[in-house]
Design a protein around this ligand. Sequence first.
Ligand code: AMP
Length: 413
Amino acid sequence: MNTLSSSSVGENAILVINCGSSSVKFSLIQPETGLALLSGLAECLLTEQAKIKIKLNNEQYKETLPSPFDHQAALTVLVKHLHQFNLVNSISAVGHRVVHGGEKYAEPALISEDVESAIESLAKLAPLHNPANLIGIKACQKAFSDLSQVAIFDTAFHQTMPAKAFLYGLPYELYKEHGVRRYGFHGTSHYFVAKQAAQQLNKPLSQCNLISAHLGNGCSVTAIKNGESVDTSLGMTPVEGLMMGTRSGDVDAGIIFHLVEQLGYSVNDVDQLLNKKSGLLGVSQLSNDCRTLEEAMLNGDTQAELALTVFCYRIAKYIASFSASLTELDGLIFTGGIGENSSWVRAKVVEQLALLNFHLSEEENQKARFGKSGNIAASNSRNCWVIATNEEWVIAEQTHNLLSSTQPIKTEV
Ligand code: AMP
């Protein structure tokens, strides 16, 4: 049996849980180093195909989940493996990714009944995500009843945005009475890569001015002034801004009336269209996957090329527009599955940013792939980094920091 001894691991690791409606991603992280001792994914939950994969020391364990195939079943199997791997006593707390913290949470929160109620009431702003996050919290409370649980909100980093950036041009009472405003997402990712860039610049994050582009299945650009988010492209929901894998990004709101009144779409049809059938998938009519589209483009598929061209232009346009939020700019960061791996997308974006004095080194751009980070700027350019994001590490670190500052961390399950 593959095991790690508690003495080699320490007793300080944080179990990081990212719970979706039909999946649970988990990892056990040392908060000081970011080292993942164990990681894995339970997917197809609530169906008979529910399964779990756990990775430990480069070995993978796969198992089908027992009935009722739910989040609790996944966590029960995870706990069994944690015991077998001799890792249970290493866990000091559980950190949960929670998508929407509204205006209430600009910082991590120790989960209590009040915090759970707040996450539940914020589900009206994130109906697909917050209820799933709560299921994970409740399942972990059962599975790890002696451990403190902490919520880390995806929206928290963007709570520093000024009103000029977060307000829509809508009647003010919609904001005051119903919370209709820009919140932004991917906050832990933008924060993590900004901190890494600050290290490269050898100055505190609070003195750094950056634009970060998180390009994955979901995509967003954030302007960071003196270490704080001052504008971001995702809005009240994760549909606004850049074109994404299957989400449209910005569209003229009038299109929705046209779809409903002229083309007979229902509200649900519009929702499916904008969230699931648009973006790279919608324009290419082939795939939401950037790799597939790049390959198709190289084989002469002009529709794939068109989708990628629209995608890259929108990114460049957002980056350029965020120069209005900043008075200085130390550099641009690419992260997320596409940002970290696609030298073609990076080149296409940056060639449209010459006015901002961004130019790439072709050689460095080609090298920075598959986990290799680096500065890919040409010598006559502003900095332009590829930085692998690590949201799990932020969740582990912030969970650890919150608990160290408020109470002794429990070490036994
Ligand atoms: P994420 O949501 O961050 O996991 O990113 C998923 C996206 O990254 C998908 O569109 C993938 O096609 C894309 N991606 C991953 N690896 C590569 C690669 N080597 N080249 C281009 N795109 C990639």
